[in-house]
Design a protein around this ligand. Structure first.
Ligand code: C5P
Length: 402
């Protein structure tokens, strides 16, 4: 448990019979010198007491009994900022449902909602509750927020029924957390640059051409890289999204500015070009606003191809990944792009479908590799955050091979 040692864990105990196991969890964590603060929900307090938790964790236990002291400390913010990680064990179907919907009607759910930390959820409930489609949907939803699910295990439950729903064993939970900190620490040596969003190519001081890209996929990739320990730089065209404050963030408008910022951020280990860069720009940028009483003809010229230039740069990152948004011949065009651009992978998505791609929360992608025998690999339709995690998993594997 080398990597978990001495970490600050914010433990949320919600109201399930497995709450008694959390006392053991606290003991195991304190043995490896973790610092633990606990939030005990109203339901949780029906199963274990504040006194037993405080005695074992040797630290304060927070609950929904608000006091002036609590309010002045702004617990719902400060607790999550203090922690290295938030662990919810046991997590009942109820707290999972609330988290999936953003309901913040007590301290625990408010802290989760206001958190900027990795969140691990250990479900524990009756097998029928676990298998209920509402719960399945809620689990998918919280996975899309990048919450990690540990368990549940299969076996006999407190109610006498048998199946999935037992809280994962303490050692298993500790191992998962240790692995998380381990991979974070290993990845600290890697530097990543991500481009995202559209670019704007100006016609005159107030008008421009652009496209519908929201930046979601690129922001999710940057978030996933950062959460996995990478030193992450995000270079974004205009987007309504806000990145994590710990990500190095540069806002740009034009393709030229995006290129300059990318060059300034080399060398790096991996560069992922998610931005929907305008292929063309206006030939003669007008200095004054164009008047409407004149006929308008615009001349375009090819824009700078950032991906291509970086793939040929002397400072080329170890791994260069491009995206390919296509409305037809996805495979053929993507394989051609892999060749033409000189990058290592192309991640292709079909933007003719309304339910994935541009401005959607969902995506479905095919990854084309330069140096692998497989023709391509498909990540089936899922949340963009999950696609991001899948891509980052593959990036980590590859960088560890180079
Ligand atoms: O050529 P196409 O626009 O289809 O290529 C898409 C890929 O190239 C994306 O990764 C995109 O970010 C990148 N690109 C770029 N600069 C351009 C055009 C595309 O970096 N001017």
């Amino acid at each position: 448990m080398k990597f978990l040692e001495k970490k600050k864990i914010l433990l949320i105990i919600s109201g399930g019979i497995a709450a008694y196991k959390s006392l053991d969890l606290i003991r195991s964590l304190t043995k490896i010198q973790c610092e633990i603060k606990t939030i005990l929900t109203k339901g949780g307090s029906e199963f274990v007491t504040q006194l037993s938790i405080a005695s074992l964790s040797k630290n304060k236990v927070y609950s929904d009994i608000y006091s002036v002291e609590n309010e002045s400390e702004m617990d719902h913010i400060s607790l999550s900022r203090w922690a290295d990680l938030i662990l919810i064990a046991p997590a009942t179907a109820n707290i999972i449902a609330k988290m999936s919907q953003g309901i913040s009607d007590d301290l625990a759910t408010t802290v989760v909602q206001a958190s900027n930390k990795n969140i691990f959820v250990c479900p524990a409930m009756n097998v029928r509750m676990w298998e209920h489609s509402s719960n399945k949907q809620n689990i998918e939803k919280i996975k899309s927020y990048n919450y990690k699910i540990i368990g549940p295990f299969n076996g006999e439950m407190a109610c006498g029924e048998y199946g999935d729903g037992r809280m994962a064993d303490i050692n298993y939970i500790l191992n998962e957390l240790d692995n998380f900190f381990k991979s974070k620490s290993n990845n600290k040596k890697f530097k990543a640059v991500v481009t995202a969003g559209p670019t704007r190519e100006y016609i005159d001081p107030v008008r421009y051409i652009s496209n519908r890209s929201s930046g979601k996929q690129g922001y999710e990739i940057a978030k996933s890289l950062f959460n996995s320990g990478f030193e992450t730089t995000l270079i974004s065209g205009p987007s309504k999204l806000t990145p994590d404050p710990n990500i190095n963030f540069f806002k740009v408008n034009t393709a030229e500015e995006m290129y300059q910022k990318t060059i300034e951020n080399l060398p790096c280990d991996v560069a992922i070009f998610c931005a929907a860069v305008c292929d063309f720009k206006i030939k003669n940028l007008r200095e004054d606003k164009i008047k409407k009483n004149k006929d308008l003809n615009l001349d375009f010229e090819k824009n700078i191809d950032i991906l291509k230039l970086i793939s040929k740069n002397n400072n080329k990152p170890k791994l260069v990944i491009g995206f390919s948004a296509e409305t037809s011949n996805l495979h053929l065009n993507s394989k051609e792009k892999l060749q033409n651009k000189g990058c290592d992978w192309i991640i292709a998505n079909d933007v003719s479908k309304n339910d994935i791609g541009f401005d959607s929360d969902f995506n479905e992608v095919s990854i084309f590799y330069k140096d692998k025998n497989v023709e391509n690999e498909i990540i089936s339709k899922t949340y963009k955050s999950v696609v991001a995690d899948e891509i980052v998993k593959r990036v980590i594997n590859q960088l560890n091979l180079i």
